[in-house]
Design a protein around this ligand. Structure first.
Ligand SMILES: Cc1cc2nc3c(=O)[nH]c(=O)nc-3n(C[C@H](O)[C@H](O)[C@H](O)COP(=O)(O)OP(=O)(O)OC[C@H]3O[C@@H](n4cnc5c(N)ncnc54)[C@H](O)[C@@H]3O)c2cc1C
Length: 322
């Protein structure tokens, strides 16, 4: 059993799904699971984390933490790590987790294994697996030397545990000395999408250059809305202005690992595969039977996406209604 600290992620007081996944994985392994919740006005959300596996939730509730900044959040996590002395520290490999944890590791003076896709707890030790060379190989990593083992974990690596209403966590406050910070968020401009984020969704349907225009993405969006899925895109589609950058999947976009990934008119370049090859089931629709995406697809349709997608949408609708 290890003392594990989960660095929680929340937006507007709502805990991110990836945080529940980590709490559940740690608790299921029998660890003494602590959670660190940071933000402003977030204390109310703390107790419920017990239902997902947290024994104690340490809350840093402060106006300085209202919006995420690498500088302030890294200070808070590093101070919590020093105070609580966990053997293992885990965070989600989300855009903010990716930004935050290397800073924390540097402050604490330990190494960091990022973007892990498997964790093995053994006593107080942690061994992780993480994809390397754009997912062409997997490295098994153990942590040596003093200090906690630190890792970020890819979303959807674990399923969200069923909340257990009979459990609740102890809530403790944690004071943070911010000193004199050099950065401050003045305003956050939100995107206007109601759909789930690609990095968190259980189903992602992505389109590539073959979509030819932003308007044509409607065929993809209709399926996404039927399935409650996120809409993703290749870099070619993003560079052409068909989708915003936040939807880009791949090496220079977001890394996704959904239960189902549907790639429409995407060739399967190595940089795209790097962002989605750990998806549980991959479906590809492409006119070119030789397209590399078919090499990693579980199911493939050789055909025109503009003909296939509407049929798929109708079939998904029927299946949902029946
Ligand atoms: C440093 C670097 C980083 C990169 N990072 C990323 C990244 O993060 N994400 C990413 O995606 N790419 C990334 N790329 C770009 C990558 O190399 C590819 O250029 C890109 O993924 C291609 O996008 P695509 O598959 O949409 O387009 P294409 O390669 O042009 O493929 C289009 C596909 O659509 C098929 N098609 C055409 N018409 C139809 C139709 N009507 N119906 C069905 N299929 C059709 C074609 O057969 C073809 O396979 C990166 C490149 C570099 C150099």
């Amino acid at each position: 059993m290890a003392k594990v600290l989960i660095v929680c992620e929340q937006r507007d007081g709502k805990i991110k799904k990836a945080t529940y996944e980590l709490l559940g994985a740690s608790a299921a392994a029998g660890n003494e699971t602590h959670a660190l919740l940071m933000g402003e006005g977030v204390t109310a959300a703390a107790k419920d984390l017990g239902q997902y596996g947290a024994k104690t939730v340490h809350v840093a509730d402060h106006a300085t933490l209202k919006f995420y900044t690498g500088e302030a959040y890294a200070l808070a996590v590093a101070q919590a790590v020093k105070t609580l002395s966990p053997e293992i520290v885990l965070a989600s490999h989300t855009p903010s987790g990716k930004d935050l944890m290397p800073r924390v590791a540097a402050k604490v003076g330990v190494g960091l294994a990022s973007d892990c896709t498997a964790l093995t707890f053994s006593g107080a030790k942690l061994v992780v697996r993480r994809p390397v060379y754009s997912g062409k190989a997997t490295a098994e990593v153990e942590f040596i030397g003093a200090g906690p083992a630190m890792a970020t974990v890819r979303g959807n690596t674990f399923s969200v545990p069923k909340p257990d209403a009979s459990k609740s966590a102890d809530v403790a406050t944690i004071a943070v000395d911010f000193g004199s910070l050099k950065t401050k968020v003045i305003e956050v401009v939100k995107g206007n999408s109601e759909r789930p984020d690609v990095a968190e969704a259980a189903i992602v349907i992505s389109g590539g250059r073959a979509l030819k225009s932003a308007e044509n993405f409607k065929v993809i969006e209709e399926i996404a809305d039927t399935l409650g899925a996120a809409v993703g895109a290749s870099r070619a589609a993003v560079d052409a202005g068909y989708r915003p950058h936040r939807d880009q999947v791949g090496q220079t976009g977001k890394v996704v690992s959904p239960a189902l990934y549907i790639a429409c008119g995407i060739s399967g370049a190595i940089q795209h595969l790097a962002g989605m090859r750990t998806s549980k089931t991959i479906v590809a629709i492409n006119t070119d039977a030789e397209a590399p995406i078919f090499q990693i697809a579980d199911y493939g349709v050789v055909g025109d996406l503009f003909a296939v997608c509407p049929v798929l949408k109708d079939e998904f609708k029927k299946a949902k209604e029946s």
